[in-house]
Design a protein around this ligand. Structure first.
Ligand code: DGL
Length: 262
């Protein structure tokens, strides 16, 4: 059994935790949300790097053998620094799935919805430059989506109006595939499908990220019972309540909530 930390600015990384519990449930999971400081997507690069390093240090001090930086923004700004600081810990990051999307897209036109910080980052620009196919990527920052998702608002007029504002222009330009480049956005999958049906193929990389985690921890077959501890820098009980509402996983029903000051 491993101790695995999963960190995000808020509830977005729960989409990764859910997948980890499905693929490899027999571990001790520590989910850490920096809810007091969400969203990270439009904060300064230096602030996001320092804060992400601090959050991961806290998880390492709690005994994690592996840490998933379940936040595209934090990965883009800080993963190199985190890996350098903790060479003994397996550090897994997330990044927008533009490679699989370019293979999926028939039209070779792909929309990328991510935070402004992710889209502006050198890491994302290098990822784009590493693709040698002739796919066009339409980049759009999802301003305002993360705060709504943090309140548990996953559908309704406010969400739909932002989705129309961000995604309609992608379709108008011929996109047939959409990359969800922020771990909060998979919670909007139903709302996106309700509006666009099968006109947009959605690419979410959480399954691939967790497969990578399983390869690194090397005991995906663990049959022991695992446990989840949920930590928030704002209100652990509120975070757990929302997590239980969004993800009806049995492990979350029995999870323990903590409020921490980091
Ligand atoms: N869930 C995060 C991401 O994947 C961060 C969103 C935010 O805090 O702005 O980018």
């Amino acid at each position: 059994m491993s101790t695995i930390g999963v960190f995000d600015s808020g509830i977005g990384g729960l989409s990764i935790l859910n997948e980890a519990l499905n693929q490899s449930p027999g571990h001790q999971y520590l989910y850490l949300a920096d809810s007091a400081n969400t969203p990270y997507g439009e904060k300064s690069t230096q602030w996001v790097s320092e804060r992400s390093l601090l959050m991961c240090s806290w998880l390492v001090q709690k005994g994690c053998d592996a840490v998933v930086v379940a936040c595209n923004t934090a990965t883009a700004q800080a993963i190199a620094m985190i890996r350098e600081r903790f060479p003994q810990v397996r550090i897994i990051g997330v990044e927008p799935g533009i490679k699989p999307a370019s293979a999926t897209s028939q039209q070779k036109i792909v929309g990328v919805l991510a935070t402004q910080n992710t889209l502006n980052s050198d890491k994302f620009k290098l990822l784009l430059a590493s693709l040698d196919n002739n796919c066009e990527f339409i980049q759009q920052a999802g301003h305002g989506l993360v705060p709504l998702i943090e309140y548990g608002t996953l559908k309704g007029p406010e969400i739909e109006s932002l989705l129309h504002q961000y995604l309609d222009p992608m379709l108008d330009q011929g996109a047939d595939t959409l990359v969800l480049g922020c771990t909060h956005y998979p919670f909007l999958q139903d709302a996106i499908e309700k509006i666009y049906g099968d006109r947009l193929q959605i690419v979410d990389t959480s399954q691939a990220v967790v497969r990578q985690l399983c390869r690194l921890i090397k005991d995906p077959e663990s049959i022991q019972n695992g446990h989840v501890d949920v930590y928030s820098t704002q209100d652990g009980n509120a975070l757990l309540g929302l997590a239980q509402k969004l993800l009806p996983h049995p492990y979350l029903r029995n999870a323990t909530a903590h409020t921490v000051s980091i």
